[in-house]
Design a protein around this ligand. Structure first.
Ligand SMILES: [Ca+2]
Ligand SMILES: [Ca+2]
Length: 134
């Protein structure tokens, strides 16, 4: 009886500690919310704050998040998605447009919100697209 009490108290403590981020991922996001979150991400990646994100900055940001730098093909593929005019610089305007296009592609039932399932499916599709040989 006593043991059971401690177990459930422990579970409650864990539930209380679940990061807010994980909580956010559980909820559907609107197009505006999605674009706003991608803008935030862009700002974080723009390490020197010049309003332009380069491949090096993306690589550095991903290395920070994943512990090691991803392969350069992955960076190239990611970068190409944002740098639509191909001048080697990803601007906030390009990132915003890319986020909108990504939302539209991932919102498969076109209800204007992206559910965690739609997001996961979209990310899976993106990963597969990156791994596909040219
Ligand atoms: Ca560009
Ligand atoms: Ca949807």
């Amino acid at each position: 009886m006593r043991t059971q009490f401690f177990v459930s108290a422990g579970l409650m403590a864990i539930a209380a500690c679940v990061p807010a981020l994980a909580q956010r991922m559980q909820e559907p996001v609107t197009r505006d919310q999605y674009i706003a979150s991608q803008k935030e991400r862009f700002t974080r990646m723009d390490a020197n704050g010049d309003g332009v994100v380069t491949k090096d900055e993306i690589s550095a940001q991903m290395a920070k998040r994943m512990g090691n730098a991803p392969p350069s093909e992955m960076i190239d593929a990611l970068f190409k998605r944002i740098d639509t005019d191909g001048d080697g610089k990803a601007t906030l305007a390009e990132a915003t447009a890319a986020a909108g296009a990504q939302f539209d592609a991932w919102d498969t039932n076109k209800d204007g919100t992206l559910t965690p399932e739609e997001r996961r499916a979209g990310q899976m599709g993106m990963m597969q697209g990156m791994q596909r040989p040219q």
